[in-house]
Design a protein around this ligand. Structure first.
Ligand code: C5J
Length: 222
């Protein structure tokens, strides 16, 4: 067993042999200028800043021989898996499916839907394309985790209070112990990130734990 004594709100003991990393939506459409995040009026440089930390966390899992799973929020080219309510909500300068500087916004196979080049999946790593905010909804993620015998999930990626938190809540309801890498996740809104971290840890880890990337990688090394 491994332990992160400094995890919040209290120490987390876990078996590395049944632990996987899920990296949520580190896609060009959320992180680079010209994508969906920018079309919604956000400063995407805030998200780009965590790329080196996410890379360090991924490397820690790869070095320990543990699974790294990547997700991408994207839709079929015919938008058959994109509810009109999702596409029509708000007033982005570009909607899902519209042509933009990195191809059609959030469409599978387009350059913008790809993971940023610094964090590309290694050969054999699972990549989950998801039409929703949560990575379990309408995807084979649960089947992969069952096949791998995973019990503990470590989370990184963007955005903290949207796709990361939604997926953590889905995982928590399915019986996984969930740990969020505090410095390997980010929001366009710093106050939302802080609130999400607090919500996750509150009431005796009601959704899960948080710890730093260094604390997590150290525990894997031990
Ligand atoms: C959003 C995400 N924020 N990956 N997607 O729309 O969090």
């Amino acid at each position: 067993m491994a332990e992160i004594v400094a995890a919040r709100p209290f120490p987390l003991r876990f078996d590395p042999a049944t632990t996987a990393l899920i990296v949520i939506d580190m896609q060009r459409d959320f992180i680079e200028p010209g994508g969906f995040g920018a079309a919604l009026g956000n400063d995407v440089s805030v998200l780009a800043a965590i790329i080196p930390t996410v890379a360090a966390l991924i490397e820690g899992f790869r070095a320990a021989g543990l699974p790294v799973i990547h997700t991408r929020e994207c839709h079929r080219p015919d938008l058959s898996d994109c509810p009109p309510a999702k596409r029509e909500r708000g007033k982005p300068s570009l909607r899902i499916g519209d042509p933009g500087p990195m191809g059609r916004i959030l469409i599978a196979g387009e350059p913008g839907a790809e993971i940023v080049p610094q964090l590309l999946p290694a050969a054999g790593e699972i990549v989950i394309d998801k039409p929703g905010k949560g990575a379990f909804y309408a995807t084979p993620l649960g089947d992969h985790l069952a096949r791998l015998g995973i019990r503990t999930l470590v989370f990184a990626g963007v955005t903290t209070e949207v796709c990361v938190q939604t997926t953590m809540r889905e995982a928590n309801d399915r019986g996984f112990d969930c740990l969020l890498a505090e410095d390997a996740t980010e929001s366009y809104f710093p106050e939302f990130k802080e609130a999400a971290l607090q919500m996750i840890r509150a009431q005796g880890a009601i959704v899960g734990w948080t710890a730093t990337t260094a604390e997590i990688v150290d525990a894997l090394d031990d």
